[in-house]
Every structure is written in C-alpha cells, then in structure tokens.
Ligand binder design. Structure first.
Ligand code: NAP
Length: 316
C-alpha cells in the first residue's frame, strides 16, 4: 500500500511523537462527495434502464411505528430514491401491527414484480421478532443484505451473495475509490455486529486482507490496532481509538456515530466517531470524518443494491 509514512510502523509513544513532529495531515476521505458521485452514476443507469427496458427500479421502504430516528432515516432513504429515479413504495405501518400481519405484508412485497428491493427499518417494536421478519424477505430482494443466506454466502469461499450489506459495502467502496489497496494488507475491524463488524471483516477477507477482529473482550486492543494498515472502527464508543493507536500511514474508516454533549450546539450534542479524529488525522494516511464519511455511503449502497436487484431481473 502506498503509505505516506515509513513502512515500518512507529510503535509506542516516543516514536509516535517523533512521527507527529514530521507528519503531514491524512487525506480526508470525503464520503459525501464520493456518495454523490455514486448517486450520479446510479441516476444515469436508472435512466438507461427505463429507456432500454421500460423498467423503473422499485424499493419498498417499510416502517413500523413512529420512532423519530427511524422516521428521519426512512424519509432520507425515500428522498434519495426519488433523486436518482428509483420508485419508493412506502409502507407506514402502525406500532401495534401484529408479527403475522407484518410478515403478510413482506410476502405481498416478495410477490410484487415492481418491487426489486425490500427494506424493513429497524428496530421493530418489541413484540415483533426482527430475525423472523427479516428472514421472510425474499433473498432476491434483500437489499440490506442481512438475510442469513446472503451473509452465509459472503462467508464462504467461491460463493457470491446476491447483496452485500450497505454499510460494509460502503466502507470498501471508500477504500477502493480512494486508491487504498487491500490485498495482502493487515486489516483490523473493531466490532463484530451482524450489520457492520462481521460482514465488513468477511468482505476484507474476500478482498485478500489479513483480518483481525477486535471486540469488547479483546485484550490489549491498542497494540492490535497499531499493527493495522487498514482500521475499520465500528464499536459505537465515542473517540475510543486514539492517535497513538494508529500505524503511521494507515487507512482509517470510522463507522462509529456517537452523540456527545456539546452545549455550543443548538441541539446540545454533536456526532463523533469511534476514532479521535483530531489526533488520528495527524498520523493516518487516509481517514473518514464523522459525520460526512461512511454515513452517506450507506444510503448510496442501498440505492446501488436496488438498481442491481432490478438489473438482475432483466438477465433472468
Ligand atoms: P453494535 O451492534 O452495538 O456492536 C458494537 C460492536 O463493538 C460489538 O461487536 C462490541 O463487542 C464491540 N465493542 C463495543 N465496545 C467495545 C470496546 N470498548 N472495544 C472493542 N470492541 C467494542 O453496533 P453496530 O450496530 O455494529 O454499530 C457500530 C457503530 O457504527 C455505532 O456507532 C453505530 O451508530 C454506527 N453505525 C453507523 C452506520 C452508518 O451508516 N454510518 C451504520 C451502522 C452503524 P461485543 O460483540 O463483544 O459486544
């Protein structure tokens, strides 16, 4: 990988300080701009799909209840669909819908030929088993990539999942569009959740990185992270990863999105990542900011998955 710092990692505080004194700032990976480029590319493909096949990709966006954060994610996703010409099929369901009725709605969407992707916004109300509902989504419409069959295929050599989960896919897209090579590099993923940490580790492995996963029981995470050419932080722990945990020249993708108190803001809070950006940007070769890094990519990848789902229908 074309590190900007010496290839030998500077370990320990003294060498870290020596490095800092000669360090230049990392390249900031502008997720917002990269996501916009991808959205423009998607819009062009959507238009040509219509011109050539009279087909409009359709994404069913299902929300249950009135949670404010979920409402705002859903309206952002629906708006993003409209901007690139994807039709969003909106299902706003009451908080007290039964699990059986919700599953029936999913079955109807599975059977609808105009729906190429189904997204059920999480979390669902407590009386509904999320796992059960998600596994009812037809694997060919599983644009979130959370179906166990898609994750299973991701984990297996020689198998290709139909869809990759959006946030992990976005992380790899940020690396490749920033010119960071993955093959043969040491990658450390912090976090092992089903939606981010685990699938991003599997994706890095598929891309021929040597992958280590750090989780809440890992001993001495600092020294493991210091070995990494690529760090993907997805722990949900505000600014847990310090500048002197980063190998000089490493690529740092910060998935963490944590609200911390900030009286200077009207809202009373601001969003920070899992990485101490101020410190780490003086050491890393590349780094994503929070906000404006991974977040916009997640939505762009959802649109891309929906488009791919529609295109797959033509080939069939
Ligand atoms: P999650 O389900 O809570 O999982 C967190 C993972 O981090 C777990 O595997 C946990 O380990 C590990 N962890 C927690 N504390 C740790 C510590 N001190 N050291 C090492 N590992 C630790 O979270 P998630 O859903 O994966 O999300 C992670 C973060 O990404 C959150 O901040 C979330 O808001 C953000 N996120 C952002 C986007 C986006 O689009 N930007 C999308 C999804 C998530 P154990 O398994 O041992 O408990």
């Amino acid at each position: 990988m074309p590190h900007r710092a010496p290839a030998t990692a500077a370990h320990g505080t003294l060498s870290y300080l020596l490095f800092l004194s000669s360090a230049s700032m990392a390249t900031i990976i502008d997720g917002k701009a990269i996501a916009q480029t991808i959205r423009n590319e998607i819009a062009i493909e959507v238009r040509s799909l219509f011109q050539n096949y009279n087909m409009v990709p359709g994404l069913a966006v299902v929300i249950v209840g009135m949670r404010k954060d979920s409402q705002s994610y859903v309206s952002m996703k629906r708006k993003a669909c409209a901007e690139v010409g994807i039709r969003s099929i909106d299902l706003d369901l009451p908080e007290d819908i039964s699990e059986a009725d919700l599953i029936e709605k999913v079955h109807q969407l599975n059977a609808d030929p105009d729906v190429h992707g189904i997204l059920v916004q999480l979390p669902l109300p407590k009386h509904i088993n999320e796992e059960k509902v998600l596994s009812e989504i037809n694997i060919e419409k599983d644009v979130d990539g959370f179906h166990p069959l898609n994750i299973g295929k991701l984990a297996m050599k020689g198998r290709e999942p139909l869809f990759l989960p959006c946030t992990p896919k976005g992380c790899l897209e940020l690396l490749s569009r920033s010119g960071v090579s993955i093959k043969g590099q040491k990658a450390v993923v912090v976090g092992r959740s089903n939606i981010v940490g685990l699938p991003v580790s599997l994706l890095l492995l598929k891309a021929d990185a040597t992958v280590t996963i750090v989780h809440s029981h890992t001993q001495d995470p600092e020294n493991i992270i210091r070995e990494a050419d690529i760090v993907i932080a997805a722990a949900g722990q505000a600014m847990m990863i310090k500048g002197d945990w980063i190998k000089p020249g490493a690529a740092v993708i910060d998935v963490g999105t944590n609200a911390v108190d900030d009286p200077s803001k009207k809202s009373g809070y601001r969003l920070v990542g899992d990485v101490d950006f101020q410190e780490a940007s003086k050491v890393a070769g590349w780094i994503t900011p929070v906000p404006g890094g991974v977040g916009p990519m997640t939505v762009a990848m959802l649109l891309k998955n929906t488009l791919d789902g529609a295109k797959r229908r033509i080939v069939q």
